[in-house]
Write a protein that binds this ligand. Structure first.
Ligand SMILES: [Zn+2]
Length: 259
């Protein structure tokens, strides 16, 4: 079975490889990739090829996606799993892309147990076993202001990774050599510090949305890990170190090469 799977992967990589011109057109627009080694880029291209081939990426509300848009999404989705493998995103297949922010309505229970019907405007959403939903307008905005640490695709992929061991709670399944207690202690302390700073109206260098809950904290900090690693390392060095162990990448090194 493993032999067959490998043969199929080799065939897909050979038959459906993202064309060089398209690859250059997409990756040259993504500053977050600058500083990557040629080996890392080659691996990212392979993962992106498999991703585009295996996922069903389509537009909502008659929104038409081009091949370049699909590759643009795939490259950013594959960056967090570059050293983890495509298997980590193989439990779901659909990516629905809205032209801009989309509305969702659902019942939410408040701290007193009262259920309210709430409507939110979202740039992305990830269902535990369902599709990943994105707003193209937000993907475009991220491409232009990457240094601020925003990346809706990375954010939603982080939720998907977090959900691999149940509902998203800020702790994805860790590698064997990692310690869950250390993860829980470090992230809890950072989350507490972050929410306290916000409560006291102190300046925070990371998007305040991270204070929503531990799952959003992990997703937002993952965005900063890849898109603004210097900010994360300066303010939350111990969290940066754990994310470096988890993602098995060092974006700060790439950032330093860029400068
Ligand atoms: Zn989120």
């Amino acid at each position: 079975m493993i032999f067959l799977k490998r043969a199929r992967t080799r065939y897909t990589l050979h038959r459906y490889a993202i064309k060089h011109k398209l690859w250059v057109a997409v990756t040259s627009q993504l500053q977050v990739l600058q500083g990557m080694s040629s080996v890392e880029k080659a691996h990212l291209r392979e993962l992106s090829t498999l991703f585009v081939h295996e996922k069903n990426i389509f537009g909502a509300q008659d929104f038409q996606l081009t091949e370049e848009m699909r590759v643009m999404i795939a490259v950013q989705a594959c960056l967090p799993i570059l050293a983890l493998g495509i298997e980590l995103v193989s439990t779901w297949s659909d990516i629905i892309v809205y032209p801009d922010a989309f509305q969702v309505s659902r019942d939410e229970r408040d701290e007193f147990g009262i259920v309210h019907h709430e409507t939110h405007l979202l740039s992305g959403e990830s269902w535990q076993r369902g599709p990943l939903i994105l707003s193209w307008q937000d993907i475009e905005m991220d491409r232009q202001r990457w240094q601020q640490g925003h990346n809706v695709v990375i954010h939603e992929i982080a939720h998907k990774l977090d959900s691999l061991n149940g509902s998203a709670n800020g702790m994805p399944p860790l590698h064997v050599a990692m310690h869950p207690e250390q993860w829980a202690t470090t992230f809890s302390a950072a989350y507490q510090l972050f929410t306290q700073r916000l409560e006291h109206h102190q300046r925070v260098c990371v998007n305040p949305y991270a204070a929503t809950n531990p799952a959003e904290f992990f997703a937002v900090f993952s965005e900063y890990f890849f898109c603004a690693p210097d900010i994360l390392k300066n303010h939350f060095a111990d969290v940066y170190q754990l994310l470096q162990l988890y993602y098995r990448q060092d974006p700060l090194r790439r950032c330093q090469i860029r400068q």
